[in-house]
Design a protein around this ligand. Structure first.
Ligand SMILES: Cc1ncc(COP(=O)(O)O)c(C=O)c1O
Length: 407
């Protein structure tokens, strides 16, 4: 019998699945990986993790190798509580924490729990590309709102919420990455955070505060999380060990009012969130969390500065502009005027330099004149060379005019 073709599968797939499939990124990675925000492999504490793994096996190997609790292993939930209470002065309890398979999974559970077909959802434009796909598959009507140096324009959010109400439509969720925004980089000011929380109360809408990078601040002053500014239960916040230890653990979490966690975890089939990985991670972090974060901050600050310097050298004589993030992994570059983005892509491919096109980060189209660069993965020398080659490609692909370099 001949195998059925793609058309016939599409008839069988659910409406959600039929909204699009995703290729497995495999193939050959470019020599210069300025695309995806992978953590620095040289920072992985491999030796210490071997020790942690041996301790786990010795002390609680039987529990580590069987199914775990639905909300995740309590030892790691307690560590998450400790991290926020000690580092940020929150008053969390274990019942506020649901462990997940990375924060992508946390975001996915929240989207499933709050978004129905056709629901208007407010997000930043640009925003994190993976969540755009997840919202679209769920059938959300994504409404992107622009950012500036102070983060999401909450004045425009207020206008949009009022217009939706006027039209008889209910926005149930606002998705934001307030700290070291991916990809644009700004951190939302306290004033705007307070404004957004006030709007959430006024319109009874949930805020999904995606805080994947909050620990990695290289300069400037921390801002209070919206979770800490909300006393009415309208904010759910997600976090991850991907950026502070290793993405391979696939461990993240949601912090939220306890009564919501049951609705979120109901979308998991059961078996718990890797009981083995959770223990290895917690055994390591209980003694090393703060010093390891301090080490990472030094590593990533130096990498950010190398990339900024290479951009200045490569594009400083054009009218290109780029962000100077106080933390996180990304730099958002506005291409010099007159640049042909398709040509940049071809030339960068030929030079084996990866990057992300701005179009991937836009919920409602546009972004051709921007690219996202990550300084997290490559080692410093490679980072400089990759950025130099990319700047050359950009210049060859257009006619930039001379000017300054602020965002
Ligand atoms: C803004 C943002 N949120 C969430 C994630 C998901 O990270 P993970 O699933 O590894 O925790 C990422 C990863 O790049 C990210 O940039």
């Amino acid at each position: 019998m001949t195998a059925i073709g793609a058309e016939r599968y599409r008839e069988l797939l659910s409406r959600r699945a039929a909204r699009g499939s995703r290729a497995n990124y495999g193939g050959i990675a470019p020599t210069y990986q300025l695309g995806s925000g992978k953590p620095d492999p040289a920072s992985f504490p491999k030796h210490e993790l071997v020790v942690a793994m041996a301790d786990v096996m010795e002390i609680e190997g039987d529990d580590a190798l069987t199914y775990g609790a639905l909300y995740g292993w309590d030892g790691l939930r307690d560590l998450v509580v400790h991290k926020y209470n000690v580092l940020e002065g929150l008053k969390l309890e274990r019942d506020n924490v649901l462990l997940t398979n990375g924060s992508n999974d946390a975001i996915g559970l929240i989207i499933q729990a709050f978004v129905d077909e056709g629901d208007p959802i407010i997000c930043e434009a640009p925003t994190f590309m993976a969540t755009i796909g997840a919202f679209r598959r769920q059938g959300a009507d994504l409404l992107g709102i622009e950012l500036d140096d102070e983060g999401l324009r909450t004045d425009l959010v207020a206008e949009r919420l009022a217009a939706l109400r006027e039209a008889g439509r209910r926005c149930k969720l606002i998705y934001t990455i307030p700290t070291f925004q991916n990809p644009a980089g700004p951190t939302m000011s306290e004033r705007r955070r307070r404004h957004l929380v006030k709007l959430a109360r006024e319109y009874e809408v949930m805020i999904l505060e995606d805080d994947a990078y909050a620990e990695l601040r290289y300069d400037g002053q921390p801002q209070p999380s919206m979770y800490s500014l909300d006393d009415a239960g309208f904010v759910v916040r997600t976090g991850t060990v991907s950026k502070i230890l290793g993405a391979g653990f696939r461990l993240g979490w949601v912090i939220a009012p306890p009564m919501l966690l049951g609705y979120l975890s109901a979308f998991n089939f059961g078996g718990g969130i890797s009981p083995l990985a959770s223990r290895i991670c917690a055994y390591y972090l209980k003694d090393h969390l703060e010093p390891h974060i301090r080490e990472l901050i030094d590593i990533y600050r130096a990498k950010r500065d190398s990339m900024l310097e290479a951009l200045q050298q490569g594009l400083g004589d054009t009218d290109a502009a780029w962000s100077r993030p106080e933390g996180g992994f990304f730099i958002w570059v506005k291409l010099p005027s007159g640049t042909d983005p398709q040509r940049v892509s071809e030339l960068a491919d030929a030079a084996s330099v990866g990057y992300v096109s701005g179009t991937m980060c836009m919920p409602n189209g546009g972004g051709e004149d921007h690219i996202r660069l990550a300084f997290s993965y490559d080692q410093p020398e490679q980072l400089r060379e990759g950025t130099r080659l990319l700047c050359e490609a950009i210049k060859q692909a257009g006619v930039g005019v001379s000017s300054g370099t602020t965002f």
